[in-house]
Ligand binder design. Structure first.
Ligand SMILES: [Zn+2]
Ligand SMILES: [Zn+2]
Length: 252
């Protein structure tokens, strides 16, 4: 069988620019299997709102549910963001544009999704970037992570990704530069909106809503969870059965 051109290109590129593990510098993968294993899944999950109550699968605890009526059911945090390799990888992906890191990071999400139990997702929704930030970065890191999970979570099945169903309509300063919780909420108010021109890829969805569907939201990292909560609030208008989310880590 002839070698496909893209494989040949990759092979030749590897001869000229071989890949080394960013941690141990061993040639091969960008994060070798041994180093990837050092980014361990968390042993326990907390309520994403109070961050105090231990919950089995990152569910919102009962008092927080009663008090805040959040749109999400669960938020899983895959690993500890204090892990240097994880933090470094996320930084290199987002700010040095090393896209090749995404499959390894997606693997970390998949491991946690297999360890903990969320409803099996019918659709994956990456947290979108504002078009201006997308142009600057050239890709949406949450979308790259979603692609890995989409292919690897369920053997033999690809979970559809609904990419532009909800768009980011407001250009917000980076959340990372806003320390105060209230200011973050204000910053994100009406940041997301259902895309009225969305081209539904599947015609078996009645009235173009998500009734009866389990949704998994994917983002790279979270701090207060405000972005995910605001996104989920907009998503809830499409009446999904459940809304879960997963991130690589939580930054304090
Ligand atoms: Zn290594
Ligand atoms: Zn709580």
């Amino acid at each position: 069988m002839p070698i496909p051109f893209f494989k040949l290109k990759k092979y030749l590129a590897n001869l000229i620019f071989p890949t080394f593990c960013i941690r141990c510098h061993h040639p091969g993968r960008i994060i070798c299997d041994n180093c990837l294993k050092t980014i361990k899944p968390l042993s326990i999950q907390l309520c994403p709102l109070c961050e105090k109550t231990v919950t089995i699968n990152g569910e919102v605890c009962r008092p927080c549910r009663k008090r805040f009526h959040p749109a999400i059911d669960n938020l899983l945090v895959a690993s500890d963001y204090k892990n240097n390799l994880l933090a470094k990888s996320v930084h290199l992906l987002k700010y040095k544009f090393i896209r090749d890191l995404a499959p390894s990071l997606a693997q970390i999400l998949t491991i946690s999704l297999n360890k903990f139990k969320l409803p099996t997702p019918d659709f994956i929704l990456p947290i979108p970037l504002h078009p201006r930030r997308l142009r600057w970065r050239g890709f949406n890191q949450a979308e790259l992570l979603s692609q890995g999970v989409s292919i690897n979570l369920l053997p033999g099945l690809t979970i559809p990704i609904l990419n532009d169903l909800i768009i980011r309509q407001k250009y917000t300063p980076s959340q990372k530069n806003i320390k105060n919780y209230k200011a973050r909420q204000e910053n994100l108010k009406n940041a997301f909106q259902i895309n009225s021109g969305f081209d539904w890829p599947l015609n078996n969805l009645p009235k173009q809503n998500l009734t009866g569907k389990n949704i998994l939201i994917i983002d790279d990292i979270t701090t207060t969870g405000a972005t995910i909560l605001n996104f989920a609030k907009e998503l809830k208008k499409l009446h999904p059965k459940s809304i879960s989310a997963i991130v690589l880590g939580r930054q304090s």
